[in-house]
Design a protein around this ligand. Structure first.
Ligand SMILES: [Zn+2]
Ligand SMILES: [Zn+2]
Ligand SMILES: [Zn+2]
Length: 161
């Protein structure tokens, strides 16, 4: 059930066509401008640097909506956050309203990469959002070991207000 149509693919910066859809390691989908290319040696984009991020396709879950009993779907935002929503819900871009069941549940413990370095060890930081909506920055070199119930690796954490 592929609902995502590839739109008219023209770069808004330079008017060139966009190249085909690439899927990154983290499952995000993007299209680069065909007038730009990634240079492995200089590690920079040459030419037009426009990148169009595409929505990650929704996944139908084997779970039922607690409000209406319809199947839930797992949706991933552009920033890598995941939410479960009711499959009867749909967004009409023309009227800018949603119709159907409005059940939404954010998936617990989402994290997204940050463009910041850990002050302790220099690794990248990630922004972690807990199930209760609290947010913290933590070091990607640290991980929680369930067996020992302690942090393995770098334990840098900064809670955000
Ligand atoms: Zn371009
Ligand atoms: Zn529902
Ligand atoms: Zn660190």
């Amino acid at each position: 059930m592929e609902k995502n149509k590839i739109e008219e693919s023209v770069c808004p910066k330079c008017g060139s066509t966009l190249s085909e859809v690439i899927t990154t390691k983290s499952g995000k989908r993007l299209q680069r401008c065909s007038a730009g290319s990634w240079n492995e040696e200089t590690r920079q984009t040459e030419g037009c640097a426009f990148v169009k991020w595409l929505p990650v396709p929704d996944e139908t879950l084997d779970e039922k909506c607690p409000k209406c009993g319809a199947p839930l779907i797992l949706s991933t935002t552009r920033f890598g956050k995941k939410l479960k929503k009711c499959s009867t819900n749909s967004w009409d871009p023309k009227t800018r309203t949603s119709s159907g069941c409005d059940y939404v549940e954010w998936v617990k413990g989402t994290s997204e990469p940050l463009d910041e370095k850990c002050p302790d060890c220099g690794e990248n930081l990630v922004l972690y959002t807990t199930s209760s909506g609290k947010r913290m920055k933590k070091c990607s070199a640290g991980s929680w070991d369930k067996e020992t119930r302690s942090v393995v690796g770098c334990n840098y954490v900064e809670w955000l207000k």
